[in-house]
Design a protein around this ligand. Sequence first.
Ligand SMILES: Cc1cc2nc3c(=O)[nH]c(=O)nc-3n(C[C@H](O)[C@H](O)[C@H](O)COP(=O)(O)O)c2cc1C
Length: 321
Amino acid sequence: MKLTFAPLEGITGADFRRLHAQMFGGADRYYAPFIAPDPSGCLKVSRLRDLLPENNAQLPLVPQILANSAEAFVETARQLRDLGYEEINLNIGCPSGTVVSKHKGAALLAEPEALRRLLDGIYAGSPLPVSVKTRLGFQSTDEFPALLEIYNDYPIAELTIHARDRAGQYKSVPDRQMLLWALAHSRAPVCCNGNLFRPGDLAALDGAERFMLGRGAVMNPALFRELRGGGGLEREELRDFAAALREISRERLSAAHTLAWLKELWYYWKWLFPGEKKLLKAIFKAREMDDYSKAATALFAGGAFMPDARFEGSDTFLFSS
Ligand SMILES: Cc1cc2nc3c(=O)[nH]c(=O)nc-3n(C[C@H](O)[C@H](O)[C@H](O)COP(=O)(O)O)c2cc1C
């Protein structure tokens, strides 16, 4: 079994990855959130920082590129090779409106000729093996057999499949049947992704050996350890992880940005305390770091902790009343 931590833009940056590996034993591999080079292959400094080897402590890391120009992809891949990377991932799944309107990410699922042109250029010019992260379709997961005909024409190092169509964003029920079909018909090894939150979700994918875990592993950072037969998440280690993330972020970001980031993480962690509406509310309402720290301390000290709870979606607020 090969376990990968999914790229989650805004969450699984270098600091998160490093601390996760140090405190929980890590995943077999991490994907970095996408970088989007300009047409000449130039990268923003802030994005490059996330990929600098000194910020990633020799983690097994695969950078991901979001591009619709083979030239920009290849130029960026050269720069990443010079940093020491050995594989690059191409993002053909990002569903966001701003990305799709630029004919990037999931847009390519609905543009087969543009997709072929891009793959032709990338596989002709890339200095490194290229894996692909895709969805099952744009409007419908039934589009996948036609897409796989395209993918099967290229030497894709690994095909990660988020088992939804673009229309399903992060909410629709993953199409397990089509994912199983892909496992049987893909030339490239398939890595399964989408709502794999608990060990049983992986076991249900008969024959699969490669899995990518995203939101479930943010909620439960010990999930990889658990899947390897180790212990489940302990309240104290989540407390220490949250505190370490706060400290490392404060070294680099303003207090306001740190607070916003911590609240984003609590959209995942809140599911571990399903009965603690009042204490959770205090975290989300905190305006200053001191208020946040008091609220988090109270929750970790006295809140009922349910490490086996299931992640239910980051935008479904637990306590709307
Ligand atoms: C906040 C957020 C940011 C994401 N950023 C990326 C990204 O940069 N690149 C990418 O390929 N997928 C990205 N994804 C998709 C995830 O990698 C993953 O495919 C998706 O969440 C489904 O897996 P999960 O159900 O295990 O979370 C993002 C998802 C979320 C929720």
